[in-house]
Design a protein around this ligand. Structure first.
Ligand SMILES: C[S@@+](CC[C@H](N)C(=O)[O-])C[C@H]1O[C@@H](n2cnc3c(N)ncnc32)[C@H](O)[C@@H]1O
Length: 191
């Protein structure tokens, strides 16, 4: 399973938004979901994507999307925002809700998510242009963390300082969704 965490400081934490760009750049989140799950003619079967939203009105929200055989029935490239909105509307206080098969929502902070993944034995890699070249890095039990258009905020970077290994995809700064595509390609070539 390839595991990614997308963190957005400003993405809205309720489903009542219309303009994706004004909802904490939900347009970027949509591109990230598409890049994570979609290939040209099929869905990837081995992806877990965590979306952590810290925007208003009720942060934090942790949305977890896991590849599964039913996914093609409810995920469409044309309406990723609709899926995420419906997940946000299905949030219930104090519970982890399975809004759609393999699609969960709960209140969980970035820090708590990272602690849980470390307890599961994951190695946390922070995607950072200043990190070690991914092509020189062995990746085992990996979870890859990346930020939105503003990058990972200082507080979250600080939290990862002693925990995560920084890996670089090269000198250019890529869109978050492009970073996912490059990661997938690197991993596809290692199989
Ligand atoms: C659009 S970039 C963020 C740009 C932001 N101004 C910054 O400097 O962090 C979105 C995310 O993609 C990842 N990313 C972009 N280019 C990268 C690279 N060359 N190597 C590794 N990660 C990269 C980083 O995790 C970044 O948070």
């Amino acid at each position: 399973m390839r595991e990614f965490i997308y963190f957005s400081k400003s993405a809205r934490t309720s489903g009542n938004f219309k303009d994706l760009m004004k909802a904490g750049r939900m347009d970027i989140m949509c591109h990230v979901v598409i890049a994570s799950f979609f290939l040209s003619h099929k869905l990837r079967e081995d992806v877990k994507l965590h979306l952590v939203f810290n925007g208003p009105p009720d942060p934090p929200k942790h949305l977890e999307l896991v590849s599964n055989s039913a996914m093609r029935e409810f995920i469409s490239k044309k309406d990723v925002a609709g899926l995420i909105k419906r997940m946000l509307f299905k949030y219930k206080k104090g519970r982890k809700v399975e809004a759609f098969p393999g699609c969960f929502i709960e209140k969980k902070s970035f820090g708590d998510l990272i602690s849980d993944l470390i307890k599961e034995g994951k190695t946390v890699y922070l995607l950072d242009a200043k990190g070690k070249d991914i092509r020189q890095t062995e990746l085992k039990n990996a979870v890859f963390v990346f930020g939105d258009h503003e990058g990972l905020p200082k507080a979250e970077k600080k939290l990862l300082k002693k925990i995560a290994k920084k890996i670089s995809l090269g000198k250019e700064t890529y869109f978050a969704s492009q970073a996912v595509v490059i990661m997938h390609n690197e991993l596809d070539r290692r199989i």
